[in-house]
Write a protein that binds this ligand. Sequence first.
Ligand code: SF4
Ligand code: SF4
Ligand code: SF4
Length: 379
Amino acid sequence: MAKVKNWHLQREMDYPYEGARPKKQWAIIFDLNKCIACQTCTLACKTTWTSGKGQEYMLWNNVETKPYGSYPLAWDLNVLEKLGRQDWAKNGKYLGKTIFEAAEPTEKAVHFAPQDNDWMYPNVGEDDCAGGPAGEGGFSMSSLPHDKWFFYLPRTCAHCTYPACLAACPRKAIYKREEDGIVLIDQSRCKGYGECVRACPYKKSMYNPHTRTSEKCVGCYPAVEQGIQPQCVVNCIGKIRVMGFINPPWSMREDNPVDYLVHKKGIALPYYPQLGLEPNIYYIPPIHADRAYLRQMFGPLVDGAIERYQKLQSDPQTAGLLTLIGSTDRIMHRFKVADSTATGFDDKGQEIVSVPVTEPVIERRAWDEQLSVVRNNTP
Ligand code: SF4
Ligand code: SF4
Ligand code: SF4
């Protein structure tokens, strides 16, 4: 195995191939405090990419309720159990083993294969509360985290820097594009052995029994090549997502929206970074959910991320950037917040969107003196 640098773990790790970072790396940030599980993203992807034969069960984008929901069934419990208990240092350095390091000598990664039935219940556990049924013993929202809680977790392929799907493929049919870091399966090389389905711990590679090949989220590369964000991002009703390009921390740019939220402010974190893939979807954690659960999912930096998110009112730069999320279908390469206005720019430095950081409040009296009429707010 080669030694590669994984900045999520703050250390080097073993990986079957030499590390080669792409020129740009596709990434999505999700604000989990805002997702309403409307599943518009799921359907936007479904109608665009997976309406064919053999794809009936496939949801390249799915939204599950945590902690009890999962698609496929128990994907996260399975991988965490197989990896076993591992530890982090308080400063965010990972002390345990990744799925590559903990694998048997004959395997590329710790893995498991979901059964056909496990893909059949994408909404299992929807809206189920942790901390006891909502009716029992009352329900207090007066303190954080809440004593009864759940949250929605939207998921796509993470176009990992160190993909387990790619590492496991015996046909070398999976590749990572140099121009944008998107991970694709070459359908002409794939023979449907399903090693990627078994190896991806996030279970984002799926087998098509009709074509007898494996398929996965393509990062909406045709849109990305035109400077447009993916379907699941631009159709998000809650405006919780933004797609951009992330740099590693040693070459981060403060005016890059993704770098700013992940590196500069540290309020968006990768999920299950301990698995070792350097996944490129990042989450702003939900402030109300159980902290032990969130530490397992996002690592030890989650407490600081939540604390900083809760201080947004006194942080106009970050608050301004968050108002840009969902305001344009174009990919924002840079942003600026000045004079109570947030502005996004494309890769050529052209302005593509501009929004007020605070919406003006306009008070309209019921009695209009000028026209001597009573107004009401019924259209
Ligand atoms: S999330 Fe899974 S399918 Fe996607 S790149 Fe990573 S290992 Fe591969
Ligand atoms: S990026 Fe495109 S292909 Fe991937 S989940 Fe979103 S809509 Fe589907
Ligand atoms: S469209 Fe947006 S708000 Fe709706 S479920 Fe998807 S991520 Fe959540």
